[in-house]
Design a protein. Structure first.
Length: 199
């Protein structure tokens, strides 16, 4: 038998003996025993010459386990800080991107929009969030948008379409748009760009 297996077998037997001693005349539900109760029993075991060795071995195992838990906690804390930092950085990148990023649902209702998206649509973010994007497009643009979402829903490779906006101040504008489905939410991510100006 290997050293590791012997140690594991010894600790398992020790845990079993400790459980028997802990439940003998005390509590049968160890999972609910408080730390102070467990320490009191450990002290009782350490006080007796016949069980002092077992108590020390059990205490050592508990200390090792506590160090492991502390290390795991520290690693989780570090990971959380890194993830939060990455999220802040990615959010800033998207918010400040030169391309417009929008998230819409099946009914084209806008759930998210970055600064470039609001500028391209000629409105403030709070004015368009919660509204259907199709309401800002011409009839032909609304139909193109529904066609794009149907393709994205079917898993097609994103294509670029022209979406005519409703005229503003007598000026007609068109935007280039691609759509892809967000797997996690079932919504759609749209990327909008102003078409290049003719030379």
């Amino acid at each position: 038998m290997s050293n590791l297996a012997e140690t594991s077998s010894y600790l398992s037997g020790l845990r079993e003996r400790a459980t028997t001693k802990l439940t003998d005349g005390m509590r049968s539900d160890l999972s609910r025993a408080s730390t102070s109760e467990a320490m009191a029993v450990l002290f009782k075991l350490a006080s007796s010459p016949s069980t002092a060795g077992d108590a020390l071995a059990l205490l050592h195992e508990l200390q090792v386990h506590q160090v492991e838990v502390d290390m795991q906690h520290e690693e989780l804390r570090r990971s959380r800080v890194e993830l939060e930092s990455d999220l802040i950085r990615q959010t800033a990148h998207i918010e400040r991107a030169p391309a417009a990023f929008l998230v819409v649902d099946e009914a084209t209702v806008l759930f998210e929009i970055n600064l470039a998206g609001a500028r391209l649509l000629g409105a403030e973010s709070n004015e368009v969030l919660g509204r259907p994007l199709a309401s800002l497009l011409s009839a032909a643009g609304g139909e193109q948008l529904r066609k794009m979402l149907a393709l994205a829903r079917g898993g097609a490779v994103p294509e670029t379409f022209e979406l005519p906006l409703l005229p503003q101040g007598g000026v007609s504008r068109r935007l280039l748009c691609t759509a892809d489905r967000e797997v996690s939410s079932g919504r759609f991510l749209l990327v909008l760009l102003a078409p290049p100006s003719p030379c």
